[in-house]
Ligand binder design. Sequence first.
Ligand SMILES: [Zn+2]
Length: 333
Amino acid sequence: MLDDALRALPKVELHCHLELTARQDLLKELLSAKGHRIDDAVFRRDYLITEPVGDLPTLLNIFLGHRDLLDSPEVVERMTYECCEDMSANGVRLLELRYAPSFLCDAHPSMSPDAMHAAILKGVQRAEQDFPIAVGLICLLQRIKTVQENQYWLDFAIEKKADFLAVDLADNELAFGPEVFAPLFEQAKGEGFAVTIHAGEAEGPQAALNIQKSIELLHADRIGHGVRILEDKAVLEFVRERGTVLELCPTSNWLSGVCASREAHPFRHIMEAGIRTTVNTDDPGIMNIDIMDEYRLLRDGMGFTAAEFAQINAWGREACFIPEERKAEVWPD
Ligand SMILES: [Zn+2]
């Protein structure tokens, strides 16, 4: 499949962290407005992740550097709109964006969670008017925070139930297992939210098992990553039988050390083991990629065919939490 045909292919993007999608132009503009004059090499070093990062503190610092720049509703709205615009230009028709209200608001007390959320909605609505794309939001809870703190943000999501499709749980899955968060996700399900959980990403003996636990204890409808599923045959069988969709993010997995190269990503092996797989960007801005880069990787690095891309997107479309009527508006059968 040539690039033009690949770009035109209607796509689903299910796993993208809104806070980490800012275009480089926007970040540079914000830096310069704050009086920082940095050249391209320094920008690349301090604001992008383009090579595997060995240590967590370095990675975290880059994340926080982005966050600290996103300091007003105007900036958040622009970032949201531009993210949707870029996705649409690459053929994405169904886009789910997730964000952690706690992540941005912790750093910017002057921006209320309500104002930030309203800015995101405004960006989404403008984009949906301008482009053939349907966008849904997922509220992300953080494992590194207490259950009580997460309860606060779940209540925030419940209060804005009309705006959120689903709830997610992210951050260090090995130090903070799923068990303690079970009551929150019980409540989320009861409120009618769909659930997707980051699991099976980090290296550790529990990683693959976390996938199954997320489904059993947290009612996960989909799994964020799940890339370590091949490490446990019983978990593989469990997920295969259920047909649970994995939101795979190849470049992100390479950058966080899951595989030795982008081409060595086990995407094809997972799919051929009978698991429903989808391809996603995770953190496109900060990782200096777009969804086309991931499709090119699958095509050129793993030999994916047009039929396989169609299959991946059929699974993605089915597993997408956006209501069916809305899907049909932007992507008729
Ligand atoms: Zn993620």
